[in-house]
Design a protein. Structure first.
Length: 106
């Protein structure tokens, strides 16, 4: 059974600090192909990555691959530029359920 959260997302962007391509599933990729989302697919295909310690880095530039490239800051909060078609892992993430979320009671 899926966990539930009674807390509203504060749109702090903390959960989006991990590069989305790590979590893109085949079903996400198939959906993006069907939707013609070449912008997302191109990013997935072009990015070569490797683990360096506890973070993902680009093997091309050596730079850290975070936050998610679709995370945008608007005023004082963060929004997802691909929210309607975001990866499944993002759709299923609930505020205050994961220790990754600052609202989670530790």
């Amino acid at each position: 059974m899926r966990q539930q959260s009674s807390k509203e997302c504060r749109r702090c962007g903390t959960c989006c600090q991990i590069h989305f391509s790590v979590y893109a599933l085949e079903e996400d990729i198939a959906r993006w192909r069907a939707e013609g989302r070449d912008d997302i697919l191109r990013l997935l295909e072009d990015e070569e990555m490797a683990w360096a310690g506890d973070q993902l880095v680009s093997t091309t530039t050596g730079e850290s691959l975070s936050p998610c490239p679709f995370l945008q800051e608007v005023d004082t909060c963060f929004v997802c530029a691909i929210h309607p078609t975001r990866p499944r892992i993002c759709r299923e993430f609930l505020p205050a359920v994961s220790p990754l979320c600052p609202q989670c009671a530790r």
